[in-house]
Design a protein around this ligand. Sequence first.
Ligand code: ADP
Ligand code: MG
Length: 699
Amino acid sequence: MEDEKDMCPASIFGSNVFNDSVMKTRLPKVTYKSLKKTIEQGLPIEPSIADVVANAMKDWAIEKGATHFTHWFQPMTGITAEKHDAFISPTNDGKVIMEFSGKELIKGESDASSFPSGGLRATFEARGYTAWDCTSPAFVKDGTLYIPTVFISYTGEALDKKAPLLRSAEALSNAALRILKLFGNTSANHVTATVGPEQEYFLVDRGLYNKRLDLMLAGRTLFGAKPPKGQELDDQYYARLRMRVSEFMHDLDYELWRLGISAKTKHNEVAPAQHELALIFDSANVATDHNQVVMETMRRIAKKHGLACLLHEKPFDGVNGSGKHINWSLSTDEGQNLFDPGKTPRQNAQFLLFLSAVIAAVDDYADLLRMTVASAGNDHRLGANEAPPAIISIFVGEELSAILESIETGKPYEGIERKTIDIGVTSLPNLPKDSTDRNRTSPFAFTGNKFEFRMAGSSQSVASPCYILNATVADTLSRFADRLEKADDFMSEVRAIVKETIKKHKRIIFNGNNYSEEWVAEAARRGLPNITNTVDAIEVLKEPKNIDVLARTGVMSKAELDSRYEIHLENYSKIINIEALTMIQMANRELIPAALTFLNQLAALNANLKSAGAKSKAASDLLTKVSGLVDDFEAYTIALKDAVEAASAIDNPKESAVAYRDKVIPAMANVRAVADELEMLVPENIWPIPTYADLLFRV
Ligand code: ADP
Ligand code: MG
């Protein structure tokens, strides 16, 4: 292990991945060619090919130390699932041989009944199966060959986030190719959504973490007074990495590189103990798988270094939360980035058409996009003053805004060079790249040649934001293509579409400060949705326009969407339920007893003073104060218990979720407020759990 660390990253990169170059050297030429075609065109694999590939994969994996294989899948729990099977197969002489068939590679049985299916199980079949996704390479990790798969029911309904993602990739490619063809590009075979996720996380000391039931069970602190020092000095952002953190990051990089995951940029974030890791972009599908591996690996490596990795969106109240920026663009198989404005008038026209499609899609389906980042954890971030607001808008920068305005009004663009912009005839003025990245408050920013969606939560899969973007942009591009294919004069139809789109959808463009109060009011005037919490966000899955667009693009059926509606509601309620129960347990078994211990000391102190004939205002004041707070603490804890019991007794999933949101969460806030006040009074040696200062500064 140590030797390998000294090796050059270039030589270890992808060493545990069954990637293209391994396939090329290990597979017979015909098999390789056929598999490559399958991968590129998303065709079903031929059984004869599958046997050959499986055998080569097994031999390679065994050389890498693997004894098992697993169909690795991503059920609706939000995390990954795996069941390991050994390659061994018994022989007549009581021994075993190592075997792996094409059938085992392609398809795995899985009892779907233990995974959330939101009613699909009842309507269709209890069993589900996993199907090899050959567009994401297999890899060896901890002695097991990991085969990325999609998880579907026997009747073909998606039980995971990968199946809709793959469907959306196909819809997007088809629609984008229609447009490209009209612009004269007939050589591109495929258009891929490219995604580069930036992952934020916290690292805290493992020993301290183990003393906090809330961190262990809920992933966030449910108690904790504000520390005397927070992030106000901005002395953490990009600061020198502390030794233990630096060693963790070093190990993490090497582990990821071996798995072919291009960990690129790492730095300290704004909050104390907060960090970020960015990967180099890949196809949305591979990026989704890689991000899952990144999150798992972070957790595992942190443990090795005596640290705990917190991926929750808001581990600490009053301290910046963690998000996941999803950089998204479109690329042809020839490597052309479709959001690169280009240099010639024709390239510019194509760019403006694709840009228009995104502007229209994001405006038409802002509610759906908002829904993809809704979770109990992310509710603490979105709309709070450090994260993007819950209102979706697009930042395009001053220059591009002025260009769009000039196109809409026909008035000359007043930039560095004053000119009238005629799509297809004049070329666009240069867009200075740095000016496109200045606005850090926008939830959806055009950053020169890609978009950066900044609302996703740190712990979530990138799949759903990606498939909703893919699907809605695909649908819009198809609409454009329908018109353009019928047009007599292609370029004037392009002009018309771009102009109409700007006119109709310019309300979604906003270059100002998204954190300001004025924006909330302005957005309301513009009629933009402001969905402030998860329960409301889930409701948009019932909107006919949203059901239609997903059905039209083949990304999700109404039945699949209905199932997700239920899964999301139940998931929300379960999370708040766990948090509330954890809070009650910590209150009753740790914090109230500690406060009573202190109260007892104060009572004894006051009694002693009295019998000695002495007086202390401080002692008697503190006794009164602590006594009152402990009474409140107990009363609020009982009230919380009642609220949880009432919410969990409601059968209807929506009404239950509403009760958790409107009754349980406020009851939790009451418990916390009084506990945090007590924390500031009770001596350190009596308060039983590590404080914020401990957690944030003792790394
Ligand atoms: P920053 O956001 O810090 O300015 P970059 O813009 O270079 O840094 O990259 C941020 C992320 O965007 C990285 O994960 C990078 O791989 C990704 N990215 C860059 N180009 C693309 C693209 N064409 N498609 C998708 N992601 C991209
Ligand atoms: Mg960025």
